[in-house]
Design a protein around this ligand. Structure first.
Ligand code: ADP
Length: 446
């Protein structure tokens, strides 16, 4: 950048010096032309007719410090010339002589035979037109004036070079420093600005970049958090699954060992077989539940209008025997024609899990009321209720309030997690209201 500024300023300065020198030479030349005209007039005043021969011309020339003196008769024929051997030439055709013949005096400037010189001629008609006297002096041409000024130009240029070097250093310092400060500030500050108007667009660009980076950082942090959450959730899930599987497996393994060792009584063997069968069923059930839970995530089958009214009656009918067994009254307030956009098996799962829980976590003589309308489904029971501290956790995977009942009274703590997942996928809301010892009310809003 510094070299560019230096070259540019040098180029501009050189051009200016050259243009200035040429113009000055031209002006000086014009001035010297005017001056020579004045001098020659003054010189001519020193002429008298006594100089009107060759010796006089030489004497007059000497008096004028070597100026060329030409004396002609009234027709322009040369009588005497201080600088020429051969005379008797006719100069009537020369412009200054012609002018003197017509108007009494004439002036002309012509290039000299010597390179870079011009001749100034002044001719006057004297002695009542009988004589024509011409004085000529040499002067510098524009080109010679320019060449003469070359040393001065070189000096100017040398001075200019020094000046330009200093200028380029100062300019780059003044231009680059604010830019450096701005970019350095942009590295540490969120928003930067500059007191220089010219740098404000750069400041805006830097601020924009900073904003983008900040947004991307936030996005990355959020994504990182999600990944971390997913990792923790996956670890928890695996730990829970392992834990849930361990219990039946340990039991099966223990009884199998006992059977293998032999020496058991008939009734002990019967208990062992029964336990192995029950635990393997529980294990199969658990695996089916886990597969079902995982499948909901990848379930992208299209939704369709499901007749919820018919389905609710079907589910209530199917769970009636279980309710009867537990001496729980199952009441359905199901109007006709309620449809929802979902899939039959998913809606069945939501309702089935909620009603099954309402029956299981109930007490003998209690009731379960299923109410459906086009906007919501409410499953209300008069059962054991849920303590406040557990209400937010019941939708978590593998959460069961009473661990000792896990897999017996209830399932594995996956029922409500499945319900919540299906609701989320369908865009439904699920909420719970409960009073410990009095009952619970689950509401799904479509
Ligand atoms: P589970 O298979 O154990 O029933 P859920 O996910 O369906 O698993 O329920 C989680 C826990 O929430 C249950 O273990 C139970 O303690 C509690 N719960 C669910 N529904 C009810 C209800 N209607 N009344 C009282 N407690 C309930």
């Amino acid at each position: 950048m510094r070299a560019r500024i230096l070259l540019l300023s040098l180029g501009v300065a050189l051009l200016c010096i050259l243009v200035f020198s040429l113009t000055s030479a031209q002006v000086y030349y014009k001035f010297s032309v005017e001056e020579s005209k004045r001098y020659l007039r003054v010189y001519m005043n020193g002429f008298d007719v006594g100089y009107a021969d060759q010796a006089g011309a030489l004497a007059f020339s000497e008096k004028l410090e070597g100026a060329r003196v030409t004396i002609m008769d009234g027709q322009g024929n040369v009588i005497a010339d201080s600088h020429a051997e051969e005379i008797a030439e006719n100069h009537a055709d020369r412009s200054e002589v012609a002018d003197a013949l017509s108007s009494g005096e004439g002036y002309a400037v012509r290039s000299s035979e010597t390179l870079g010189e011009v001749m100034f001629y002044y001719c006057r008609s004297v002695a009542d037109g009988e004589l024509l006297v011409r004085i000529a002096i040499s002067g510098d041409s524009v080109w010679r004036i320019f060449l003469n000024s070359l040393p001065a130009i070189a000096l100017f240029f040398a001075m200019d070079l020094v000046l330009c070097i200093v200028l380029s250093f100062v300019a780059t310092h003044f231009i680059l420093n604010p830019v450096k400060e701005l970019t350095a500030a942009a590295g540490t500050e969120k928003r930067v600005t500059s007191k220089y108007r010219e740098l404000l667009p750069i400041a805006e660009i830097l601020n924009g970049r900073n904003r983008d980076i900040e947004e991307q950082m936030l996005q990355l942090t959020a994504e990182k958090e999600l990944v971390e959450q997913a990792r923790v959730s996956k670890d928890e899930f695996i730990a829970n699954v392992t834990h849930e599987m361990n219990t039946p497996l340990t039991s099966i393994h223990g009884y199998a060992e006992l059977l293998d060792a032999g020496g058991l009584t008939e009734s002990q063997r019967a208990t062992a077989y029964k336990t192995i069968l029950a635990q393997s069923e529980r294990l199969a059930n658990l695996i089916a539940c886990i597969i079902n839970y995982s499948e909901i995530d990848s379930d992208d089958l299209p939704a369709y209008a499901v007749d919820f009214s018919a389905l609710a009656r079907e589910v209530i009918g199917a769970l009636k025997p279980e309710a009867d067994k537990r001496e729980v009254r199952l009441i359905g307030n199901i109007p006709d024609g309620v449809t929802v956009q979902s899939r039959h098996e998913r809606v069945s799962e939501v309702l089935g899990n909620l009603v099954r829980n309402a029956i299981r976590y109930n007490r003998a003589g209690g009731t379960v009321t299923v109410t459906l309308d086009p906007h919501m489904l409410v499953v209300e029971d008069t059962g054991i209720g849920i303590a406040e501290e557990n209400r937010s956790k019941i939708f978590d995977r593998f959460f069961t309030v009473d661990k000792s009942h896990s897999g017996k009274n209830g399932g594995f703590g996956l029922g409500l997690a499945v319900v919540k997942k299906i609701c989320k996928k369908s865009g439904w809301e699920i909420s719970v209201q409960s009073t410990l010892g009095e009952g619970s009310k689950f509401t799904v809003t479509f």
